[in-house]
Design a protein around this ligand. Structure first.
Ligand SMILES: C[S@@+](CC[C@H](N)C(=O)[O-])C[C@H]1O[C@@H](n2cnc3c(N)ncnc32)[C@H](O)[C@@H]1O
Length: 277
């Protein structure tokens, strides 16, 4: 079988061939010298052409690994990133096992954050929101496929999605919102060209969503509860400033495996005055 293709990387070619044939890596290795049937060769060539034109492998094969599980993805959602696993780890460190804590994931996309947390903490109650109905359809499918029964999905603009919650508060709010500045050159490069702009970029130099979440979360957090947000490689200091200015305590940032400050957060302290905007 053809595992090298001049137009694309050999690793991508292997993944696309595996998808074409619906087989495992082990099968590919064991049958490396088999000829491809004509219909498979045609399907494989079409996938290779799309990959050569830049389409992300995750969209071509319809899935991506995140926190040890396989999530279905489509062009309606951001492709889950390895660095986002830091948000899951930080959340799990703050969620004792066997307690019915309430966790809110804002901008859930494929559902990768909420579903990973839900599956690691079966007694927690997750609420996952997105303003994209198409993203929520996929997130619901992922929850069903992966057996996460403790996640409720809600559509809407950030905290507006919670209007039926009647003021119920959360023990932790987590979010990986859009944070790339509109017009940033990276949006016209690589996989980002194929991902939804609404999942990637935000106004105010990329801070509009981060700021909206910092400001809005206060009304939805229990006393001492954490807000944890992923942000861009150069946004940690500004996020910390915003969190402090909004009255959060224990404000800090955490580095990802590449050593980049990737997540910032703080705890809700209702003894501090609500800032006047
Ligand atoms: C960076 S993606 C993160 C997706 C997923 N949580 C992840 O980490 O892979 C941001 C998500 O926020 C959603 N989003 C953007 N603006 C929103 C808004 N105003 N209200 C709610 N969700 C929003 C997008 O549709 C997208 O799914």
């Amino acid at each position: 079988m053809l595992l090298r293709h001049s137009a694309i990387d050999a690793v991508d070619a292997r993944v696309l061939l595996r998808t074409t044939l619906g087989v495992s890596d082990a099968h590919l290795i064991a049958h490396a010298s088999d000829a491809l049937a004509a219909d498979h060769a045609e399907k494989f060539a079409a996938l290779v052409a799309r990959r050569a034109a830049g389409e992300p492998v995750a969209y071509l094969v319809g899935e991506r690994e995140f926190y040890g599980r396989t999530f279905a993805v489509s062009p309606a959602v951001l492709i889950p990133r390895p660095e986002t696993e830091l948000l899951v780890e930080l959340t799990l460190e703050r969620l004792p096992r066997n307690e019915a804590k309430r966790v809110l994931d804002l901008g859930t996309g494929s559902g990768c954050i909420a579903i990973s947390i839900a599956l690691e903490r079966h007694t927690a109650q997750l609420t996952a929101t997105d303003k994209s109905a198409a993203a929520l359809t996929l997130a619901r499918q992922n929850a069903q496929q992966l057996g996460a029964r403790n996640v409720a999905f809600k559509t809407g603009d950030w905290f507006d999605a919670l209007h039926e919650d009647r003021g119920e508060k959360y023990d932790l709010i987590v979010s990986n919102p859009p944070y790339v500045a509109e017009g940033d050159a990276h949006l016209a490069q690589g996989d980002l060209r194929f991902e939804p702009a609404s999942a990637l970029s935000a106004s105010l130099d990329g801070y509009a969503c981060l700021n909206a979440i910092v400001d809005g979360a206060r009304a939805h957090l229990n006393r001492g509860a954490w807000l944890l947000m992923e942000h861009g490689h150069d946004q940690a200091a500004s996020c910390r400033n915003r969190l402090r200015a909004a009255g959060y305590a224990e404000v800090q940032s955490w580095r990802d495996l590449a050593g980049i400050e990737r997540v910032s957060g703080g705890t809700f302290d209702d003894t501090r005055p609500v800032p006047v905007n």
